[in-house]
Ligand binder design. Structure first.
Ligand code: PLP
Length: 379
C-alpha cells in the first residue's frame, strides 16, 4: 500500500545521505573516537566535522555543542544540570503547561527534591501570556524552560521576548529552550533566541534516532546527571555513537543549507491542506494561524481521534492523535491546557509535515478526512 506519512513531528524518514553516513561509520570508520590509532583519529575527525555542522546551523562555537542520545537526554542534562549547579542561588524554575514530558517530568522530579516550579498556563492556540511570565519571575528564579515550537499545536513561542523580559527584570536565571520541534523548521540561532542552553534531536530532522545535541553557552556550568568515562566534557559519558553523530551531521547539512526552500515547501503544503479543509464544516483548526510551518492540529467534530486515525490508516495515511508519546495515554494535556473540551478534544488529530511530503499526499489526506466526516459525523 502506498503510504502518505504525516507524522513527522513524531519522527521522520532519514535522508539517504544520513543513512549512508551511518553505514560508513559502522562499516568502515568504526574506530572509537577516543582511541589514538588511525581509525580512532579518523572517527574523531568525522565526529568533529559533524559538530562543526551543527554549531554552524545554530550560529555558535563547536565547543558549545555536546552530543547526547536524544532530545529527552539533552533536556534532562540542561535542566537537572543547571538546577544542581546553581541551586544555592535559588530554587525556583519557570516553565509552561505545554512543554514536552521530557521537560515537565524533569521539573516535576526536581520539585520532589525541593525546587519550586511555576507552570505558565496556556491560552487559546497554546499561547502564553508574556505579562504572566513577567509576574512569575522572582529573584530566586534560576531557570526558565520554554520550548520554541509546541509539538502538538505548532505554536511558536517568542523566546527573544522572554529573554528581553529577563534582561529588563535583571533576572539572573538561565534560559533553556527545547528546540526539538523548531530546529530546521523555523530560522533561528542560539544568539537570536538569547538562550543559554538549547536542545535538538536527530530523528525529527531526517537524521537517525538515538542522537541529540545540546548547546551550552560558553561559561555556563552544568553538572553531569550521569558519570563514567568523561566523554563530551563529562556530561555524556559513554562511547560516542559516531554512526548517529555523523548521520545527524549529514541531515543537518542538508536541512540547514536548504532551510528557506524547505520552509517554503512545508508552508505551501500546509496552505493546501488548510484550504482544502476550510469548507469541511465538521473540521476545526486548533493550531494558531501564526504557527510553525509543519504542524496542523485539527478536530473532527463528532468522531473520536482513534477512529479517524484508524480509518485514515486503512487508506495509507499516517497522522497522530496529539504527540506520539501521549497517544496511548488518553486526552492530550496540552490541548486540555489550551482550553479544548468535549468534541474538540476527543476528535483532535495532528498532521505534521516533512521534506518528503508531496501535494498528492495532501490530496489523499484531505480526501480521507472527507470520507471520515461522511462516515462518522452525520449519524
Ligand atoms: N521535546 C519536544 C518538543 C519533542 O517534541 C520531543 C519528541 O517528540 C522531545 C523533546 C523528545 O525528543 P526525543 O524523542 O529525541 O527524546
Amino acid at each position: 500500500m502506498e503510504i502518505s506519512y504525516f507524522d513527522n513531528s513524531a519522527t521522520t524518514k532519514a535522508y539517504p545521505e544520513a543513512t549512508s553516513a551511518v553505514c560508513y561509520m559502522m562499516e568502515e570508520c568504526f574506530g572509537n573516537p577516543s582511541a589514538l590509532h588511525p581509525l580512532g583519529l579518523l572517527a574523531e575527525h568525522k565526529m568533529e566535522e559533524a559538530r562543526d555542522i551543527i554549531a554552524h546551523s545554530l550560529g555558535c562555537k563547536s565547543e558549545e555543542i555536546i552530543f547526547t542520545s536524544c532530545g529527552t537526554e539533552s533536556n534532562n542534562i540542561a535542566i537537572q544540570g543547571i538546577a544542581h549547579t546553581y541551586h544555592r542561588q535559588g530554587k525556583h524554575i519557570i516553565t509552561t503547561q505545554g512543554e514536552h514530558g521530557a521537560v515537565l517530568n524533569t521539573v516535576n522530579f526536581l520539585e520532589k527534591q525541593g525546587f519550586e516550579v511555576t507552570k505558565l498556563p496556556l491560552k487559546e492556540g497554546g499561547r502564553i501570556d508574556y505579562d504572566e511570565f513577567t509576574s512569575a519571575l522572582r529573584p530566586d528564579t534560576i531557570l526558565v524552560c520554554i520550548m520554541l515550537v509546541n509539538n502538538e499545536l505548532g505554536t511558536v513561542y517568542n523566546i527573544q521576548k522572554i529573554k528581553n523580559i529577563m534582561t529588563e527584570q535583571k533576572s539572573k536565571a538561565f534560559l533553556f529552550c527545547d528546540c526539538v520541534q523548531g530546529y530546521l523548521k523555523i530560522p533561528f540561532s542560539a544568539d537570536s533566541l538569547g538562550a543559554d542552553l538549547l536542545s535538538v534531536s536527530g530523528h525529527k530532522v531526517h537524521g537517525p534516532k538515538g542522537i541529540g545535541a545540546l548547546y551550552i553557552r560558553k561559561g555556563v556550568r552544568v553538572s553531569p546527571v550521569m558519570h563514567g568515562g568523561g566523554q563530551e566534557r563529562g556530561l555524556k559519558s559513554g562511547t560516542h555513537n559516531t554512526p548517529a553523530i555523523c548521520g545527524l551531521g549529514e541531515a543537518v547539512k542538508i536541512g540547514y543549507d536548504n532551510l528557506q526552500n524547505r520552509i517554503a515547501h512545508m508552508n505551501e503544503l500546509k496552505q493546501l491542506i488548510l484550504e482544502s479543509i476550510s469548507n469541511m464544516d465538521k473540521l476545526i483548526v486548533n493550531s494558531p494561524s501564526d504557527g510553525a510551518p509543519h504542524i496542523i492540529n485539527i478536530s473532527v467534530l463528532g468522531a473520536r481521534s482513534e477512529v479517524v486515525l484508524r480509518m485514515l490508516g486503512d487508506l495509507g495515511v499516517c497522522v497522530s492523535a496529539g504527540s506520539a508519546c501521549s497517544s496511548k495515554k488518553g486526552a492530550s494535556y496540552v490541548l486540555t491546557a489550551s482550553g479544548l473540551r468535549d468534541e474538540r478534544l476527543n476528535g483532535a488529530i495532528r498532521i505534521s509535515l516533512g521534506d518528503f511530503n508531496t501535494k498528492e499526499d495532501c490530496f489523499r489526506l484531505t480526501d480521507g478526512l472527507k470520507a471520515c466526516i461522511d462516515r462518522f459525523c452525520f449519524r
